[in-house]
Design a protein around this ligand. Structure first.
Ligand SMILES: NC(=O)c1ccc[n+]([C@@H]2O[C@H](COP(=O)([O-])OP(=O)(O)OC[C@H]3O[C@@H](n4cnc5c(N)ncnc54)[C@H](OP(=O)(O)O)[C@@H]3O)[C@@H](O)[C@H]2O)c1
Length: 303
C-alpha cells in the first residue's frame, strides 16, 4: 500500500483529498502543527520554525502533497501576515527538502499546491497559461517563491508537479460558504465592477487532479487547475442565485467599501482574469464539472 503524506492535510482541500485517496486504497498520513493521538488518519507533527519533523513521516512517505500554508483570505495583508503567508509555504517546503536529503528513502513525487494568483490580481481579457511569467504583485511573488521551493525537489531528481489552483468550490469551507449567506438571504450582489473573472474548480475535480498527479508519471511542472467555463463575478453570483432559486437584484458592493474593509487583500475580490485549462485537459483529464451551474447544483442542490 502506497503512503501519501499530506502537509496541511487538516484544511479544506486536505480533508476531502484524504478521503478520496483512502477510498482509492492509499494510506494517508497528515503532517500538522498539531498532534492528534488515536486519529483515524495518522497525524505526524512538525515545527517549521524549529526545523523539526517526526522522522517516521518522511521515512514512510511514498508521495508528498504539500498543501500547508497560512490562509490567504483570512486576515488583512499586514507586513507580518504577508511574511507568514510566504514563509509558511516556502520554509515548510525547504524543511521537507532538508529532511528528505538526510533520509534513506526519497518520495516518488512531490506535488505542491500553488495558485492562479501566480498570474497576478488583474482584470483583463488575456487568458493566462502555464508558460506566462509570474506577476509582479504580492500573490505573484508568493507563488513564484512557493513554486521555486517546489522546483528544488525536481533538482533532487524527484518528479515535481505544481497545481495552480483557482477558487475551490466546496461545501466544507472557503469562498463558496462565505458567498452563500447573502445569496440565501436574497441579497447576493456583485462586487465592485462585477467584470472581474472568477476562475474556479469543484473540489471533486481538484482532488481527482491531485490523484492524477500521483498516478500519471508523465505529469511534471505546473498545471492550472481551473474549470473551462469562467464567469465574471456578476455572472457567478447570478448563477449562484439561480441555482438557489433566489432573486438577483441587489446593487453591487462598491469597490471603495471593499478596499476600506479588506485593505490590499480586496484585490483578491475585485480583480481577476481568465486562466487556461487546456494543459490539464491535454494531459488527459476530463472535468466532472466543466460548467459553474453543474458544479453549484451538485454542491448545493443534490442530496
Ligand atoms: N481553497 C482554495 O480556494 C485555494 C485556492 C488556491 C490555492 N489554494 C492553496 O491550497 C492549499 C490548501 O488550501 P486549503 O483551502 O485547504 O487551506 P486551509 O483550509 O487554510 O488549510 C491549510 C492548512 O495549512 C496549515 N497551516 C495553516 N497555517 C499554517 C502556518 N502558518 N504554517 C504551516 N502550516 C499552516 C493548516 O494545517 P495544520 O493546522 O494542521 O498545520 C491548515 O489546515 C493552500 O496552500 C492554499 O493556498 C487553495
Amino acid at each position: 500500500m502506497q503512503t501519501i503524506l499530506i502537509t496541511g492535510g487538516t484544511g479544506v482541500i486536505g480533508r476531502e483529498l484524504s478521503a478520496k485517496l483512502r477510498s482509492k486504497g492509499y494510506r494517508v498520513a497528515i503532517l500538522s502543527r498539531t498532534t492528534k493521538k488515536n486519529a483515524d488518519i495518522p497525524h505526524y507533527y512538525w515545527d517549521i520554525p524549529q526545523k523539526m519533523i517526526e522522522k517516521e513521516a518522511i521515512e514512510t512517505a511514498d508521495y508528498i502533497i504539500h498543501l500547508a500554508g497560512a490562509n490567504i483570505g483570512d486576515k488583512r495583508w499586514s507586513k507580518q501576515r504577508r511574511k507568514l503567508i510566504i514563509d509558511s509555504r516556502v520554509e515548510s517546503a525547504n524543511l521537507l527538502l532538508d529532511k528528505i536529503s538526510e533520509a534513506r528513502k526519497k518520495p516518488k513525487a512531490f506535488i505542491s499546491a500553488s495558485a492562479i494568483g501566480y498570474y497576478g490580481t488583474t482584470t483583463s481579457d488575456k487568458i493566462f497559461c502555464e508558460t506566462d511569467p509570474p506577476a509582479n504583485d504580492f500573490l505573484g511573488e508568493t507563488c513564484r517563491l512557493w513554486e521555486q521551493a517546489a522546483d528544488n525537489f525536481e533538482k533532487m531528481g524527484i518528479r515535481t508537479v505544481k497545481i495552480r489552483t483557482g477558487i475551490v468550490l466546496s461545501k466544507q469551507g472557503g469562498v463558496l460558504t462565505k458567498m452563500l449567506i447573502p445569496t440565501k438571504l436574497g441579497i447576493g450582489s456583485a462586487i465592485g465592477s462585477g467584470r472581474q473573472y472568477m476562475p474556479w474548480i469543484h473540489i471533486d475535480d481538484l482532488c481527482r487532479i491531485y490523484v492524477k498527479a500521483i498516478e500519471d508519471t508523465q505529469m511534471n511542472g505546473a498545471y492550472n487547475a481551473v474549470a473551462p467555463e469562467q464567469p465574471t463575478n456578476k455572472d457567478f453570483i447570478r448563477t449562484l442565485a439561480h441555482v438557489l432559486r433566489k432573486p438577483f437584484w441587489a446593487p453591487a458592493i462598491p469597490s471603495l467599501a471593499m478596499k476600506i474593509i479588506f485593505g490590499r487583500m480586496s484585490s483578491l475580490l475585485l480583480e481577476g482574469s481568465r486562466v487556461s485549462s487546456d494543459k490539464i485537459i491535454a494531459s488527459g483529464y476530463n472535468f466532472l464539472f466543466p460548467s459553474l451551474e453543474s458544479a453549484l447544483t451538485d454542491l448545493l442542490v443534490k442530496k
